[in-house]
Design a protein around this ligand. Sequence first.
Ligand SMILES: Cc1cc2nc3c(=O)[nH]c(=O)nc-3n(C[C@H](O)[C@H](O)[C@H](O)COP(=O)(O)OP(=O)(O)OC[C@H]3O[C@@H](n4cnc5c(N)ncnc54)[C@H](O)[C@@H]3O)c2cc1C
Length: 413
Amino acid sequence: MSDGGRWQVIVVGGGPAGTSAAWHCAQAGLAVCLVDRARFPRNKPCAEYVSPEGSRILDRMGALSVLERGAATYLTGMVVHAPSGGRIHGEFVAQHGYRAFRDRGLGIRREYLDALLLSRAREAGVTVLEDTRVTQLLHDAHGAVNGVETLSPHGTQSLHAPLVIGADGLNSVVANRAGLAHRSRYPRRVAYVAHYRDVARMGTLGEMHVTTDGYVGLAQVGDGAGASLTNVALVIPTSSARTTRRSPEDTLTTWLSAHPQLAERFASAERVTPVRAVGPFASRARRAWAPGVMLTGDAADFLDPFTGEGIYAALAGGELLAPLAHAVVHATSADARQQTLASYERARQKTFGGKWRLERLIALAVAWPPLLNHAARVLSRDRDLADLLIGATGDFVPPSAVLTPRTLLRFLS
Ligand SMILES: Cc1cc2nc3c(=O)[nH]c(=O)nc-3n(C[C@H](O)[C@H](O)[C@H](O)COP(=O)(O)OP(=O)(O)OC[C@H]3O[C@@H](n4cnc5c(N)ncnc54)[C@H](O)[C@@H]3O)c2cc1C
């Protein structure tokens, strides 16, 4: 396996993208070392909803059964409240004929989910180094990346491998150092996330409340030990956060109390975790590879949390890249390695391209209230279309089923 800090694959980041990549590479027979700057369990600001199709990969990694035995809550669909007061309500089980691996989404604290996935990677044979931050990429004589330099409480260390997988999330050091990072200018948003107890009238639907000054998601999430809390995730434009200069706690409580339909539901609620801020987000790497490097998860692209698919994309990314990582590691020439890496870009486009287009349309509607109000008017009358859209955001209805001219015309009717 490893020989003096030499591996076949180094994965940077132990979130869903990194653990999935590491697990799938280990299953493909590769010697994998995963490095994370955090010590697990660690927190990650997120609305903590896993789409119904995400269960397929969780099952593959041996993590689903424990989640279904009471660690997670179930979500049966989504409801979006538009600024006008209109509602878009879609269920995962519907007439359209598409079925997910599971009929329900999951709500689960990231502290629990990510630690669970990391333990599955360890069990698959991955060597995990926690509390170890990657600071630099190392290069061979031809300029290809062939390792990382790390900093941990034990000092600095060099780890070598013919392939480094950057799964280190937003502001990825791997993407930055490989010259791949590209921050999108739009949409520029920040998020504030906390957990509450006793929010009134929480059910099995994930809720999105969109207003002219941002949106908030509410969902019941399991804490991993059989109890549930309400995850509250507020997303506002970076410009508003800069103007008000409030603390994260003040920003979240002031925003909730300024919206009467929500304030009333929080009247008897108690916040039980600190408010964690994250952002600005919206970034897409110029390309998801460089010689000796593959990017996956948020390190490769992240638009906006509205559709709640980042965890699925992170898990699916690992599944997609493992056979190509195997081919890169075993390539017999630099040319063959390069061609395999280039085919990774095409594979990502094929797998995620439709979803990226759909996400952009949804982001446009969220940012432009008249459009979302119109969509809510149409979709409140056309429940089949609402189910189809929610199924596409749930990763089991192909985006191409929504992006046909005929379906798009239904939105304009
Ligand atoms: C407000 C908000 C709400 C969201 N809600 C949802 C939702 O409900 N459902 C959903 O599916 N998605 C949601 N997302 C998106 C989702 O959180 C991400 O897409 C997902 O976490 C991506 O996983 P990842 O593994 O790529 O990155 P991360 O989960 O961020 O993991 C990256 C890991 O890399 C480590 N790392 C970073 N830098 C270094 C370094 N230099 N050295 C070593 N380790 C490093 C970090 O410690 C971390 O563990 C939300 C995002 C936001 C911001």
